[in-house]
Write a protein of this length. Structure first.
Length: 176
């Protein structure tokens, strides 16, 4: 018997929200894995950008933090945490890229935009039935937009410089 998701005949945590949260947890876990791989690639001896590796490792930590927030919320509401994390994007091209920093930022931007779209859909579902959960998601949505803007600025600056030297300088002096 689940005492948390029902009040009388009223459902307080719907099966749709439970499933959607599990889907979002899987997205966050997939992003965690993708960022770990990208970070590891930048730390590899053939790429050699430890500052950029640290940036992507920090992003991986953010993704796992988001997954844990959602896991804790699911448990608090009486839902069951069930997910199968999968990496959504091919990230191993960093090892062979002629512009690994720009390509890494582009991959990250695509991950962040995908995550934003999924969070937005989850927010829409929660907005009509669970305003407290919708508020929690709004903070995560804001973080997604801030990260997208930062990544985009890095991409634009590096594309404008159009130089391997600029990428090297960026990668060795900036850990966004």
């Amino acid at each position: 018997m689940n005492n948390l998701n029902r009040f009388g005949n009223e459902t307080l945590w719907s099966a749709d929200l439970e499933a959607a949260v599990n889907d979002q947890i899987a997205v966050e876990m997939g992003n965690f894995m993708a960022y770990q791989v990208i970070g590891s690639a930048f730390a590899h001896a053939t790429v050699g950008y430890p500052e950029i590796a640290a940036f992507f490792t920090k992003e991986a930590d953010e993704e796992i933090k988001h997954a844990r927030i959602l896991i804790d919320y699911q448990n608090m509401r009486g839902g069951k945490v069930l997910f199968r994390p999968t990496a959504l994007f091919q990230v191993d091209d960093i090892y062979t890229s002629s512009n690994p920093v720009i390509d890494g930022y582009r991959m990250a931007l695509e991950l962040e935009k995908h995550t934003y779209a999924k969070l937005l859909a989850l927010h829409t579902l929660a907005d009509g039935s669970d305003p407290q959960f919708a508020d929690l998601l709004e903070e995560m949505l804001k973080e997604q937009l801030e990260t997208q803007q930062s990544l985009n600025f890095n991409i634009v600056q590096l594309e404008r410089a159009n130089s391997g030297v600029a990428e090297y300088i960026h990668a060795t002096t900036k850990s966004s």
